[in-house]
Ligand binder design. Sequence first.
Ligand code: AMP
Ligand code: ZN
Length: 480
Amino acid sequence: MKLYNTLTRQEEEVKPSADGEIKVYSCGPTVYSRQHIGNYRAYINWDIFHRSLLYLGLKVKRVVNITDVGHLTSDDDWGADKMEKGAKLAGKSPNEIADHFIRTYLEDLSALNVLAPDASKVDPGMDLAKLSEHGWTRATEYIDTKIELNKMIESNGYTYETDQALYFDVSKYPDYTKLSGQKLSENIVGARDEVNQDPQKRNPADFVIWMKRTGPYANHLLHWDSPWGDGFPGWHLECSAMGWKELGESISVHTGGIEHIGTHHTNEIAQNFGAHQKEIVQMWLHNEHLLTIEGDKLAKSKGNAPTLPELLEHGFSPMDFRYLTASINYRMPVKFSLEALEGAKNARMNLIQRLQALSVESSGGGEVIMQFKDRFTAALGENLNMSEAFAVLSEVVKSQEDPQDVIATVLDFDRVLGLDLESSIRVEIPEEVRDLLAEREEARSAKDFGRADKLRVAIEELGYMVSDTAQGQKVSRRAA
Ligand code: AMP
Ligand code: ZN
């Protein structure tokens, strides 16, 4: 499978580590508010990636972080901690806020059929103490690892300390800007006035790896003891620390959004080098954003980003949103509108209706059609060419192949697409509907068409469609 590596600016074959596993680290949510559909675009894209690796028969170990401390409102080390700000607004503790929004995150993932990092189905009611068993790493649970990593960075000579913080000294790492390819001066978000609040900071690009509970953070609620005093870890540190702890010193792929290239991932690479004296991530993958029609990034801070429940209020299914985002390559910016979503909904309905029509005649047990599977697999291998993958899907459905084989092929593809097609197309007729069908059959034999029509309506009300064919009545599920 070839993927576009931001670091080398070319497509490369994804490689497992020495133990044969593809190790994947994905930047996850900051749980201070409900995640919005922009966030879910990213999670669906990386879920497709994860499912594709599994579909190709590769062994995967994946970690997704949950940020519940240290993500400041400005990526450049100053501003309020997003968790504390969210907690204050709600009159709750940071931990309560984190638990609450982890729960809504799990609910949304489950609705969108996004797999857990360990590839299991997400149980939205799961015990939050068991998140780590499924591959999620919660930042507050890895404070010791972060301190350990900082000690390594410090003993290798990449840090300096001020009264306010322990900094990574960017001047010690000449490759600092290699991920973004920018000049150092362009790379610095920290050039804004509000940022240079620490008079002892040497270079605006230096970044905090441990913030002391002093100055603007004297009352920070979340804090731990460390060799640099009471305080809390820098945000960028968490991914370096948790990735290393859970995946080791050879990480095949690290995913995140394009906004992470200039600062968050640039800093991660620097920290990794500072600690391990080598590159530990082979490939950096970045998803483009979900945008407004005007081309702005959907973002919580801009107030332009609906949540999933807000979308559903417009009568959409979570699968409509999944269809929309799954069918577009992760490196394509996507402009979101309800019209675009409507288009995805119609396409999905069409697909389901065609499949339902086929499944009426099918009793299951078909075989995957290799000619289509090969093309589908090749499309995934081309840096997740999803428009080609969906084109193959559409061809299979319209083909003249045996309906059972078509269904089998589509369900095979759905292991990657995750559109939950199986439950949409399986026609399992409940007892109540069977009885009505039998009655309707009698009415039709007796040429009582008025009654037959009434029974059709009753059947439809139960969610099934009946059509009259030369072979008798045929039933399919009404599209959801
Ligand atoms: P956050 O909760 O802000 O830390 O963001 C979680 C993830 O969502 C990050 O990996 C971001 O790159 C991603 N993300 C945020 N906004 C968007 C967007 N509009 N489109 C795509 N991904 C996004
Ligand atoms: Zn991260």
